[in-house]
Write a protein that binds this ligand. Structure first.
Ligand code: C2E
Ligand code: MG
Ligand code: MG
Length: 260
């Protein structure tokens, strides 16, 4: 598997799709999450959960993750210039990447290669990775923050949430896992959990982004609770670069119509 993935990377077979992140107050696309895709010979896509976890086990994720970062900053820098937007690019960092000795240097190289502004880059670290070795995590997070990068805790609520560590992590944002969003507005427990996470995050000075928003009712509940940002099929799936660009062109067109 490691060899197959290494070949796929050297033959340029991997793709990055971009999922829009929307500001719930304005309804505008303000960011995007880079998600890795691997097309197969039979015209199907390898499931990301599976190949990413295999890449994580074999250690190949370090190379793959570096390619994702370099490709995404190059692409998003072009969109930022073309559309005059400070789009925030979110990239997932796996456990192996997060703990790799060369992490900071490889990020600095990637940013320098296309003169990408660190303040428009966000790393998503899952709660379980961050909590696994929390003291070390705090040190690595500080180094990332020193570069000017934004940090988000991904899949929040599904790992071992230690509030004692949460308050010490130098993070900017919590991403509420889609399992809590899915049954809004029908499940009273989920309503309670989601509104409590949002209130807690705000009390800690963190922004909140909801994952997996698929319906208007979910969007309205989240917005009424003060959740700032969201992503999900309601706003758009992860799209290939050319389709994401069309979305930006459409958004620019409708902003012009409003001011005309
Ligand atoms: P994640 O970082 O939590 O990414 C969000 C996942 O939710 C994506 O799945 C996205 O397509 C999916 N999603 C977004 N909106 C909705 C929705 O409204 N409904 C539903 N049902 N799903 C939605 P995807 O692309 O299959 O990725 C799965 C996981 O694989 C990601 O979870 C992330 O942990 C990992 N992954 C993907 N690309 C990369 C990468 O480049 N590097 C690393 N380290 N991990 C990656
Ligand atoms: Mg993520
Ligand atoms: Mg997530």
């Amino acid at each position: 598997m490691h060899q197959r993935m290494a070949n796929a990377l050297s033959y340029g077979e991997f793709r990055i799709f971009y999922q829009p992140v929307v500001d719930l107050q304005s309804g505008h696309v303000v960011g995007l999450e880079a998600l890795c895709r691997w097309p197969q010979r039979d015209d199907t896509w390898a499931p990301p959960e599976t190949f990413i976890s295999q890449a994580e086990t074999s250690g190949f994720i370090v190379q793959l993750g570096d390619w994702v970062l370099r490709t995404a900053v190059d692409q998003v820098r072009q969109w930022q210039q073309r559309f005059g937007l400070d789009l925030l690019l979110a990239v997932n960092l796996s456990g192996r990447q997060f703990l790799h000795y060369n992490l900071i240097k490889s990020i600095e190289d990637a940013l320098r290669s296309v003169q990408y502004h660190a303040k428009t880059l966000e790393f998503e670290i899952t709660e379980s990775v961050a909590m696994h070795n929390a003291e070390d995590s705090i040190g690595i997070m500080r180094q990332l923050k020193n570069l000017g990068i934004t940090l988000a805790l991904d899949d929040f609520g599904t790992g071992y949430s230690s509030l004692a560590y949460l308050k010490r992590f130098p993070i900017d944002k919590l991403k509420i896992d889609r399992t809590f969003v899915r049954d809004i507005p029908n499940d009273a427990n989920d309503l309670a959990i989601v509104s409590a996470i949002i209130a807690m995050a705000h009390a800690l000075g963190l922004k909140v982004q909801a994952e997996g928003v698929e319906t208007e009712a979910q969007m309205e509940f989240l917005r009424d609770c003060g959740c700032e940002l969201a992503q999900g099929y309601l706003f758009g799936r992860a799209l290939p670069g050319d389709e994401f660009e069309e979305l930006l062109i459409e958004q620019r067109g409708s902003a012009r119509d409003r001011t005309a």
